[in-house]
Ligand binder design. Structure first.
Ligand code: ASP
Length: 325
């Protein structure tokens, strides 16, 4: 090897070693977890509980950054384009799998632009309405909203949000359309439900349980197949006649494509440890949910689930004919 070549070789080797050492020392600074919806909502609540616990193992703060808008796709795009050094991750839900069918053009590739960390939790949803809604039960509610379909409004977190999907399925199940009002997340939507500016919404128990228990909103059913233990007096929508109606909002954590393996491994370990944390489990149980089993909090499980969900929702959404450019 001539001397110029050998110098180049040594420089390349040193650069390679430096990257390895840096990745092994991961993390050396705070990590940003992008939540693609407004602060105070269900995805944010899940993210903050996780972040607090992941911080303990990583010994670096996991900071939540709320990047809401366009049903979560603005936040997803932010992470797709972020530096792939392990210091930016995304916490997103079922919307990761519905957006490819809902949007004609997405500024990112759902299956090509991300590394997978793991599944987090499956959260049931609740069908709620403003406190002044006159209907006393689901049957009354159906009669009321059908009779008033031209003035009843449905709040959601934009096209691609779980609240959008649930509303779309509900409207199709009862064959009645309502005017939808999009927000940057269901935290601001809940404020308007509480203020009576919008009439109804379907949202995760992580956002609605407190308001249901305080009697601040009316609740007409849960979207899970079986009742939710922390809300056991509330019947499922299936029990009340909506055959096969089921929405479970699964969540996963992703990193930009090309994030180094040692950083991904550290993040997987932190996720798995957070999901075993007794405080996290207790808090999630109060909010009507529980962490996934450890074998689902893995990159392989998230990747397989995302693909299966894209295949599941694509035809349903095409049939419903809902699109955005
Ligand atoms: N629950 C919201 C949704 O509709 C998202 C959020 O605000 O966390 O997807």
């Amino acid at each position: 090897m001539n001397s110029k070549l050998s110098m180049l070789f040594r420089a390349a080797l040193l650069a390679l070693l430096a990257t390895g050492v840096q990745a092994q020392g991961f993390p050396t600074k705070p990590i940003i977890m992008v939540v693609p919806f407004a602060a105070g909502g269900p995805t944010d609540t899940l993210g903050r509980n996780l972040a607090q616990s992941m911080t303990k193992l990583l010994k670096q703060t996991v900071i939540i950054e709320n990047v809401g808008g366009a049903g979560g796709t603005i936040g997803v795009n932010r992470v797709a384009k972020a530096k792939n050094d392990g210091y930016t991750v995304l916490l997103h839900h079922i919307g990761m799998s519905t957006a490819p069918a809902l949007y004609r053009k997405l500024p990112y590739s759902t299956l090509e632009d991300f590394e997978y960390i793991g599944l987090v939790a499956d959260v049931p949803m609740t069908l709620i309405a403003k406190g002044a809604m006159p209907a006393k039960d689901f049957k009354d509610f159906l009669t009321y909203i059908k009779a008033n379909k031209d003035k009843v409004t449905y709040a959601n977190a934009g096209l691609g949000a779980a609240s959008h999907l649930c509303g779309m399925l509900f409207m199709s199940a009862i064959q009645t359309d309502f005017t939808t009002v999009p927000y940057k997340g269901t935290a601001p939507a809940m404020n308007d439900i509480l203020g009576g500016q919008v009439d109804m919404m379907c949202d995760q128990t992580t956002n609605t349980t407190g308001q249901i228990k305080n009697g601040k909103v009316k609740v007409y059913g849960v979207t899970s197949k079986v009742r939710v233990p922390s809300l056991k007096d509330i019947p499922t929508l299936q029990e009340q006649g909506l055959k096969g109606f089921e929405v479970a909002v699964w969540h996963g954590i992703y990193a930009p494509k090309g994030t180094p393996k040692p950083a991904l491994d550290a993040l997987v370990a932190a996720l798995q440890s957070a999901l075993k944390d007794a405080n996290v489990k207790l808090r999630l149980a109060d909010l009507g949910t529980e962490p996934v089993a450890q074998d689902r909090a893995t990159p392989e499980a998230l990747k397989a689930h995302l693909k299966a969900e894209i295949d599941k929702w694509g035809p349903v959404i095409k049939k419903a004919g809902q699109y955005a450019d």
